[in-house]
Write a protein that binds this ligand. Structure first.
Ligand code: PNS
Length: 163
């Protein structure tokens, strides 16, 4: 059994991410869910807001902790001694990018392997991007994210919602 890290943008965390977190937490001794602090992007939620949302949805999982990182994932993995990187695979369209990322990370951090969990079918279509887009137009996101996350998304988007 190993210590795993599940990195991502989580802007915001969705039911698809939560499904992967629950399943990975059952497989590995400990799981760190880590938010990328990418200064080149302008996310909807700050890193602190994303970390806090993840803490709220993972409250009932004792072997899961939440962190953030900046820079190269491979450096973060090496510095923290993670043995496994978790990524979710939704569809074949994810595969090429994920394969390239896994192979690059393995060259840069040879002690760690990437393990892919296939997204549960009910979340195969889901992404943070679509959640943000649906919410921005006032659509119903209750099937996509937990209520406490939906409230924060609507609160954040309210000032730019169309009349
Ligand atoms: O949730 P996302 O946006 O699909 O997550 C992508 C993420 C954060 C895992 C990836 O962009 C990443 O690891 N970025 C850190 C910079 C890095 O290591 N880039 C090289 C990857 S080959």
């Amino acid at each position: 059994m190993a210590n795993a890290v599940y990195p991502g943008s989580f802007d915001p965390v969705t039911n698809g991410h939560i499904d992967i977190i629950h399943r990975a937490s059952r497989i590995f001794d400990s799981l760190t869910v880590s938010v990328l602090n990418n200064k080149a992007k302008s996310p909807l939620f700050s890193v602190d807001e994303r970390v806090n949302m993840l803490k709220d949805v993972c409250r009932d999982l004792p072997n899961v902790r939440i962190d953030s990182f900046s820079g190269l994932l491979a450096d973060y993995v090496t510095e923290n001694g993670y043995e496994v990187v978790i990524r979710g695979l939704r569809a074949i369209t994810d595969f090429e990018y994920e394969l390239q990322m896994a192979q690059t990370n393995r060259k840069l951090s040879p002690k760690a392997d990437t393990v892919f969990l296939t997204t549960s079918l009910e979340y195969a279509y889901l992404s943070s991007t679509t959640v943000r887009e649906v919410a921005a137009f006032g659509g119903d996101i209750s099937l996509f994210v937990p209520d406490l996350i939906a409230d924060r998304i609507y609160a954040k988007l309210r000032p730019i919602k169309p009349e």
